[in-house]
Design a protein around this ligand. Structure first.
Ligand code: M6R
Length: 615
């Protein structure tokens, strides 16, 4: 959460910082601020509660002198509410030093007491200001060496943090550090950048360096140095950003979410590309790593939120094809018990951002316990893949809207690929030709759902704008899609929604059904299992008998559901593991259209942030 950007170079920095913050705003949007060392060598700062537009308005009303060294921050509040005072940057040393922070400094209370006892007067309720005050003390006591002072500070902090700082005594220098929180370097010509992710600087450079855990970086216009927390130089890992700035623009769409929903055929195609050889799935990144799949007797997939629903689809696929037991664990529950894992366990983590703290901690825990780890991730240079033994990247491109859509589809696709790859390596899939053909056909089928159902589903959502509660039911791989449909609706339309396994309804939730209650039912194809299909049709009759308004998502030509449905949303025919990628699309459109009908901001829903880097 929180977006961080830093710049040093020949250009005025404010525009660069504000553009970087605009690209990072998905990470947090309750306040924003910038600090700049101006042409005269003075440090100036402006920060405002509210979205970035409030900061822009303030700068338009009263300009802040510009300069070539600057840092900027967009916040998702943890310690202290979203006020001007709690916004970042935080200043110290007679307002000559500025510092910004992402994460949580867990030992801030004793540090604050220590500093307060020494006479420091704090101006905010944040944990961050403690780091700024500490930096002032270290800076003064070591005679003005910013890098040395910064090193002392980070060694006293516990928790998760990315910090950037600058001091007006040192124009042209920004120092940064990271522990369990993201920070990447952008390499320009005579200028350098720091950012929470590459979006901060991708319009200026696509050359980047990934910074490892517990490392410190200093950037000047011409040099970048990276050390560990003790000052020992380390080699940062270079990478090229695989997308350009245009990919993270709205490009004429009404919202990023609308754009990202529409990009799903491409996201899925890009995730599949290069991973099919003849009739087989071969993931080149996993070359030489067969042991990850043969030397195990158990798989645990761990993730949060939408990614955990992709994980549930992955469970069905991997068990089906690789014939190995799979459990799905919410990452934030995983390490707070004593799970039975070891060298014979493969822990697969799924994360769009690659920075979700709960998931990162689960991966680290798994490694400490001797498990093998593989991540499915959408973001290059992110922490989770760096902490894993192997990575399968989804190639969905940047996802900006807080509600995950194309990344979800790409995650499911990657898990289907992984299941077939594992099945081949383990010898449990002899002939993958039918499934490979299904994979290859997915982008076109998703495009068809978008084309044929967009208006119908949007109209349906418009009629339901006053709805107070919506239920979603599914069985087999339809169950995770029911959960995802409910989550999408909750997070962007603020309507109460629940997803249930259809068979579970009669064990309690059916009491919620009253006349007019809208219920989406994901109906599996009768071609895959007449039995499962008939059970779902029975479930539909049970709720209909109690007055539910039934909206079914069913494959084209499924006549059996028609007599019992108030509305039918059609999806093309697909294999059993592939249906989720089609069925989820109308649910995404429904949530988006309903939120839009309510006049809500679908890209930046209240209380949320895209990348959850606190536990
Ligand atoms: O970046 P990650 O995939 O690790 O994020 C996990 C969840 O926070 C994320 O999927 C969240 O649930 C989305 N806002 C859902 O739309």
């Amino acid at each position: 959460m929180c977006g961080i950007v830093g710049y040093v170079g020949p250009r005025p920095s404010q525009g660069i910082l504000l553009a970087g913050l605009a690209r990072l705003e998905y990470r947090g949007y309750d306040s924003a601020g910038v600090a700049v060392i101006d042409e005269t060598g003075s440090l100036g700062m402006r920060k405002k509660a509210g979205k970035l537009s409030a900061l822009r308005d303030s700068l338009a009303d009263a300009a802040l002198p510009d300069g070539n060294t600057g840092i900027g921050h967009t916040r998702w509040a943890t310690h202290g509410g979203p006020t001007d005072g709690n916004a970042h940057p935080h200043l110290a040393d007679d307002d000559r030093l500025a510092l910004i922070h992402n994460g949580i400094i867990e030992n801030f209370a004793p540090l604050r007491d220590e500093l307060a006892a020494a006479g420091v007067a704090f101006r905010s309720e944040t944990d961050t200001e403690v780091a700024a005050a500490l930096l002032e003390r270290e800076y003064r006591s070591n005679g003005g060496d910013l890098q040395l002072a910064f090193r002392s500070v980070v060694n006293r902090l516990e928790g998760a943090f990315t910090l950037l700082a600058m001091h007006e005594d040192h124009p042209g220098l920004v120092v940064g550090a990271r522990r369990n929180s993201p920070l990447v370097i952008g390499l320009g010509e005579g200028e350098n950048f720091l950012g929470s992710d590459v979006a901060a600087f991708v319009e200026h450079t696509r050359k980047a360096l990934a910074i490892g855990q517990d490392q410190i970086v200093s950037i000047t216009p011409d040099a970048v140095t990276v050390t560990d927390f003790f000052g020992t130089p380390v080699q940062a890992e270079p990478f090229d950003v695989s997308w350009d700035a245009a990919a993270a623009e709205k490009g004429g769409w009404s919202s990023f979410m609308a754009k990202e929903v529409a990009e799903q055929p491409e996201a899925v195609a890009n995730t599949i590309r290069g991973r099919i050889q003849g009739d087989q799935v071969v993931i080149p990144e996993l070359d030489g790593l067969d042991d990850l799949f043969t030397g195990i007797n158990r798989v645990i997939i761990t993730a949060c939120g939408t990614a955990s629903y992709a994980a549930l689809v992955g469970k069905y696929a991997i068990e089906q094809w690789a014939r190995v037991p799979v459990d799905v664990e919410l990452a934030h529950e995983f390490r707070y018990r004593d799970p039975v894992i070891g060298a014979d366990t493969l822990v697969v983590s799924i994360s769009q951002s690659g920075e979700t703290m709960d998931t990162l901690m689960a991966v680290k825990y798994a490694r400490e316990r001797g498990a093998r780890t593989l991540s499915v991730c959408n973001t290059q240079g992110a922490t989770i893949p760096r902490e894993s033994d192997a990575v399968v990247y989804t190639h969905a491109g940047p996802e900006v809207a807080v509600a995950s859509t194309k990344a979800f589809s790409a995650q499911i696709t990657a898990l289907l690929l992984l299941g077939l790859h594992m099945g081949r390596v383990r010898g449990s899939v002899a002939d993958a030709s039918v499934d490979v053909a299904e994979l290859a056909a997915l982008p076109e089928k998703i495009a068809k759902v978008l084309e044929t159902e967009n208006d119908h589903v949007s109209q349906l959502a418009g009629w339901m704008a006053d709805t107070r509660s919506v239920l979603f039911l599914g069985r087999h791989v339809g169950y995770p899609i029911a959960l995802e449909g409910a989550l999408k609706l909750k997070e962007i339309s603020y309507i109460h929604a629940e997803g249930f396994a259809a068979g579970e309804l009669k064990h309690g939730p059916i009491a919620l059904i009253e006349p007019g209650q809208p219920v989406f039912v994901l109906v599996p194809s009768p071609r895959h299992s007449a039995l499962v299909h008939s059970k779902v049709v029975s479930n539909i009759q049970e709720i209909r008998a109690r007055g539910a308004r039934v909206i079914v998502v069913a494959e084209e030509g499924d006549a059996a559901v028609l007599p019992f449905a108030d509305e039918v949303i059609h999806i093309p025919l697909a294999g059993p593991m592939f249906e989720p990628l089609l069925a989820v699309v109308p649910l995404q459109i429904f949530a988006m259209a309903l939120a839009t009908a309510k006049g809500l901001d679908v890209d930046q829903p209240r209380n949320l942030a895209k990348s959850v880097t606190v536990e």
